[in-house]
Design a protein around this ligand. Structure first.
Ligand SMILES: [Zn+2]
Length: 68
């Protein structure tokens, strides 16, 4: 999605310091950008979502194993 920094980082349209750490079909694990800096990790959906309430049942079921 144009104008979404999270999606730009996921799609490598913007520089991601530290790179991608892990990925499933639904989720990607990356270093956080911004004030928390490299070393702080973020789990975010592969597709554009505004919040967890936008997750499909399959995405929600996959989140626990990713967090573990
Ligand atoms: Zn997005």
């Amino acid at each position: 999605m144009i104008g979404c920094m999270a999606c730009d980082l996921t799609a490598w349209r913007d520089e991601l310091h530290g790179g991608e750490i892990g990925r499933t079909d639904a989720w990607v694990v990356e270093h956080c950008v911004g004030p928390l800096g490299v070393g702080t990790l973020i789990i975010k959906p592969v597709r554009h979502c505004v919040g967890l309430w936008d997750s499909t049942d399959d995405e929600a079921a996959d989140l626990g194993p990713v967090m573990r």
